[in-house]
Design a protein around this ligand. Structure first.
Ligand SMILES: [Zn+2]
Length: 71
């Protein structure tokens, strides 16, 4: 019997995040490694800047940022 090797599955570096726009209170879902600035879908306020890697969240996004699990 061949010993089953544990397959190492690295956690994805990127994820979907959900946060609230402090300007208008709209909840926005965005990608943590977005390739463009994240803007509020309601008022257009920039919520996070693209950096080439993980986005840089601005003060326009509420402090509570949820991570969305997706399988
Ligand atoms: Zn907004």
């Amino acid at each position: 019997m061949v010993k089953k090797e544990r397959v190492f599955t690295p956690k994805p570096k990127s994820e979907f995040l959900s946060g609230t726009c402090v300007k208008c209170g709209t909840e926005n879902i965005f990608y943590s490694n977005a390739s463009h600035d994240v803007k509020c879908k309601q008022c257009g306020e920039i919520l996070a800047y693209k950096t080439g890697g993980r986005v840089e969240i601005t003060e326009n996004l509420g402090e509570e940022i949820k991570r969305l699990d997706y399988a």
